[in-house]
Design a protein around this ligand. Structure first.
Ligand SMILES: CC(C)(COP(=O)(O)OP(=O)(O)OC[C@H]1O[C@@H](n2cnc3c(N)ncnc32)[C@H](O)[C@@H]1OP(=O)(O)O)[C@@H](O)C(=O)NCCC(=O)NCCS
Length: 215
């Protein structure tokens, strides 16, 4: 039997996850969030308190869902919460939206979040606490590290290797066989055709914006 769930964080990412968890008929105990008031309803769930309210439950009776999102330069909190509660023996639920298409042999570590409409092809391996956001495509034999965020609509062609703490921006495209070094940021809409080293930021070309001349 699946265990009841506590969601960490009450922001936008948590809101989408809660909608998925409801579709999966999960038993939701509530939210922990230091910025909300105990007893308040957030996204239809009770606020149980700050993060340490989790310790009111033993690590064998509940599972956690990391609802804290991850932005390119603001991804530390999500990883830190995962590491803190994981070290205390709490298990982070692997969340898979029912609309995702996942090949049979794909390996998803605990705490991976596969959001609406994601496709993951044969031979792919995804490490813990990584987000595959709405509509992302991960092609065959990709390796994706821990605490990675593949943002909405990003496409990884076959055998792409993504190291830990990487952000692949919305709608970015990575061609086959590329490696992305740890902690790097791939800007939204970039097309990546060469390996990216550790701790790099990739800015895509900027669109040219002009005022339309009056007729
Ligand atoms: C690439 C990205 C990370 C840059 O973010 P940022 O650093 O906050 O961007 P800024 O607009 O503040 O630009 C920072 C600097 O880079 C420069 N820059 C930005 N885009 C550039 C480009 N395409 N070419 C050259 N320089 C650029 C800016 O001029 C600025 O320089 P300055 O500090 O001298 O003014 C961001 O545009 C992006 O793509 N984020 C991904 C968002 C995403 O995936 N969201 C998913 C949510 S679910």
């Amino acid at each position: 039997m699946t265990k009841p769930v506590i969601v960490l964080g009450g922001g936008g990412h948590a809101k989408v996850l809660i909608a998925i968890l409801r579709r999966l008929n999960c038993r939701l105990l509530g939210i922990v969030d230091p910025n909300q008031t105990i007893g308040q309803l957030v996204h239809g769930l009770n606020v149980l308190g700050a993060d340490n309210a989790i310790f009111d439950y033993s690590n064998t009776e509940i599972e956690l869902v990391n609802g804290v999102g991850s932005l390119p330069k603001d991804k530390g909190l999500r990883a830190a919460l995962f590491n803190t509660f994981n070290a205390q023996g709490y298990r982070f639920k692997t969340v898979i939206d029912p609309t995702a298409l996942i090949a049979e042999d794909v390996e998803l570590s605990h705490g991976v979040q596969v959001m609406t409409g994601v496709i993951i092809q044969v031979g792919a391996k995804i490490a813990e606490n990584t987000i595959l956001n709405s509509g992302a495509i991960v092609e065959h034999d990709c390796r994706i590290g821990r605490h990675v965020h593949i943002a909405p609509g990003a496409i990884l062609s076959g055998t792409v290797n993504v190291s830990d703490h990487v952000h692949i921006g919305t709608g970015a495209t990575i061609i086959q066989g590329i490696s992305i070094g740890a902690n790097s940021i791939i800007g939204a809409g970039s097309a990546i055709t060469q390996d990216i080293a550790y701790n790099q930021i990739v800015y895509p070309p900027r669109p040219r914006i002009e005022s339309i001349k009056e007729q």
